[in-house]
Design a protein around this ligand. Structure first.
Ligand SMILES: [Zn+2]
Ligand SMILES: [Zn+2]
Length: 269
């Protein structure tokens, strides 16, 4: 029996954008770059943002959260801003920690690799602005509430919880064994889906450890820290060269509701 009716809430939509296309222009399932698009408006990381958005999405994406400055996560960010330079009514908003912003300014938007867009304007005003966030403190991006925490990667990197009024997602970004992320996930009342990385096959465990990534075996151990049950678990960031092996090893774990995130597919919760 229904005693009250909930507001008619729309689901959250998330899409892992393609990185590469075959000869006939179809997206391949190889993830070379990282860019997750939420509700056609907010991007998490920007690896393939300039090459894989639709024309409509080019008009609607104005907020980009950068988890860390590795090339596969920022590769086409400068090109995206360049493409939009003359058309922007408002600046592209880059959300990142101060540490990550400093690296972007020093090593990417430094006038040598690419122009410092944070200092440039078109006819209507600035084209890019930084909105720094602090780890452990909730912040808003468009219609989403985000809390980010440090994870265990080679450079300053955050994982995060993303929620609107209806749905909550957790995203690890690139990481090896980590603690704060699980504390954040476990104290969140409900998680609808967990996006977590599984980069290398088990045979490359030492490389995974050195570069701070998971293999299926280390991910399996890590998931014992997760208290919530029953959510969808989507694995991401499989290195294209070892994809088939990683897919087999992930399947062999037999974890309920765990699957490899399909590139290009719009998931909704
Ligand atoms: Zn990385
Ligand atoms: Zn990466």
């Amino acid at each position: 029996m229904l005693f009250f009716r909930k507001k008619n809430l729309t689901p959250v939509k998330i899409q892992l954008l393609p990185s590469t296309f075959d000869a006939s222009g179809r997206a391949t399932q190889e993830q070379r770059l990282s860019c997750y698009l939420i509700d056609d408006t907010v991007a998490i990381d920007a690896g393939s943002i300039a090459i894989a958005l639709s024309d409509e999405q080019h008009r609607t994406v104005r907020d980009i959260i950068i988890t860390h400055p590795h090339m596969d996560h920022i590769a086409s960010l400068p090109i995206f801003i360049d493409d939009l330079f003359g058309f922007l009514e408002n600046p592209i908003r880059i959300h990142a920690t101060e540490e990550v912003i400093d690296i972007l300014e020093r090593d990417v938007f430094n006038w040598a690799i690419y122009p410092r867009f944070s200092e440039l304007k078109n006819d209507r005003g600035p084209v890019m602005e930084y909105l720094p966030f602090k780890t452990g403190v909730e912040f808003k991006v468009a219609h989403l509430k985000i809390t980010a925490v440090n994870v265990n990667h080679i450079v300053p990197t955050v994982g995060m919880i993303i929620s609107d009024e209806k749905t909550t997602l957790a995203f690890s970004s690139d990481t090896a064994e980590t603690e704060e992320f699980w504390q954040l996930v476990n104290r969140t009342p409900r998680i609808d889906a967990l996006l977590i990385e599984a980069s290398f096959p088990d045979s490359l465990a030492s490389l995974a450890e050195a570069s701070r990534h998971f293999t299926p075996a280390s991910l399996n151990r890590e998931l014992t820290k997760l208290n919530h049950k029953g959510m969808d678990i989507l694995t991401v960031h499989l290195k294209p060269a070892y994809r088939d092996t990683v897919v087999k090893e992930l399947k062999a774990l037999g974890i309920p509701k765990l699957e490899v995130m399909e590139i290009g597919h719009a998931y909704e919760w």
